[in-house]
Design a protein around this ligand. Structure first.
Ligand SMILES: [Mn+2]
Length: 323
């Protein structure tokens, strides 16, 4: 059996690498990929990266070469993650009338998120520019034979609108500047597809995450069915305080939640820092980010055309703190 016009027998969808290049090599080798002329290939399967190859980890430059070489060779595809989009915006000058120097302001928080990447490319400025140009060519979402991929959230309405406006799934320069305005189409698309949905915490409350950041909102599922309380929709590593978790969703909050249908094709996302044993979130929804860069697992799903996802098709490598 082959899936799709390109004749691949299956696809190996891979979660957020975040600079864990050595672990990525181990995962590819475990799945039967071998270097051919220096680039990892599989004779009859294609890899699909879910974005967030950059930032945080020890071997960001190496990870980017590994992935980009595979994409250039055709042995992999890669979509845009919020970290690649952040890198583009962080390095794009803002229009002159703007109060900030760059599309993504150089605040202490933003500086910290991109610090390892900039440090590791400090002696390779031309390579960094080359990768930034490459990020701008990455699709925002992919509709593959029998499955879909997006970094954080499949929002059919926004995706349909994107295709209607632009006719494809690619990032374009004018949208980078437009995204500075949070309520613009570009602002909404990038935020939703690469960062997901969230709900604001009640006024005056906040959560300090395990990563040390203070948040006034929490990440929510885009596939919840008939949720009643915050507990039913929360989807993030940091649990909500009990009293907040039990709060009922307001009519407005319920109305704004997405609900990915049970009969839709399987969709794969990264982004959410999961822990524990990899398994589908639902029969047609899987997240492949199991916190590799925090010494969790780098996870792939080996897709062969099934309508219902199965726990035994996840493959992973534990991240070695020494490597
Ligand atoms: Mn992400």
């Amino acid at each position: 059996m082959s899936l799709g016009r390109e004749g691949w027998r299956g696809y190996d969808i891979i979660g957020d690498v975040h600079g864990c290049a050595n672990t990525l090599e181990k995962l590819l080798q475990k799945m039967g990929y071998e270097r051919c002329d220096g680039v990892y290939c599989h004779p009859d399967r294609q890899a699909v990266f879910l974005g967030d190859v950059v930032d945080r980890g020890p071997h960001i430059r190496e990870a980017l070469y590994l992935v980009k070489d595979m994409v250039d060779r055709g042995s992999a595809r890669c979509i845009l993650g919020n970290h690649e989009f952040n890198a583009i915006c962080y390095t794009t000058p803002a229009p002159e009338h703007s109060e900030q120097g760059h599309v993504r302001a150089h605040t202490p928080r933003h500086n910290r998120l991109i610090a390892e990447t900039l440090e590791q490319f400090a002696c390779h400025p031309e390579e960094w520019r080359m990768f930034l140009d490459w990020f701008k060519t990455l699709p925002l979402f992919l509709e593959m034979p029998g499955f879909r991929v997006v970094h954080a959230c499949w929002d059919q309405g926004l995706i349909d609108e994107y295709k209607a406006r632009y006719g494809d799934n690619l990032l374009r320069d004018e949208l980078i500047l437009e995204s500075m305005e949070a309520h613009s189409f570009a602002g909404r698309v990038f935020d939703r597809l690469t960062r997901g949905t969230d709900i604001s915490l009640p006024r005056g409350t906040s959560i300090v995450g395990r990563d040390g950041f203070v948040r006034e909102s929490f990440r929510t599922k885009f596939w919840a069915r008939n949720p009643q309380t915050y507990r039913d929709v929360v989807f993030q590593p940091d649990p909500l305080p009990e009293d907040i978790a039990d709060r009922p969703l307001s009519a407005r909050e319920s109305e704004q939640l997405l609900s990915y249908g049970v009969n839709e094709p399987p969709v794969f996302v990264g982004h959410y820092w999961l822990q524990g044993s990899p398994k589908p979130l639902r029969s047609n929804v899987a997240c492949l980010d199991y916190s590799a860069v925090k010494f969790g697992r780098l996870v792939a799903y080996r897709f062969d055309g099934e309508r219902k996802l199965s726990a035994d098709k996840f493959v992973w490598v534990y991240v070695d703190p020494e490597s």
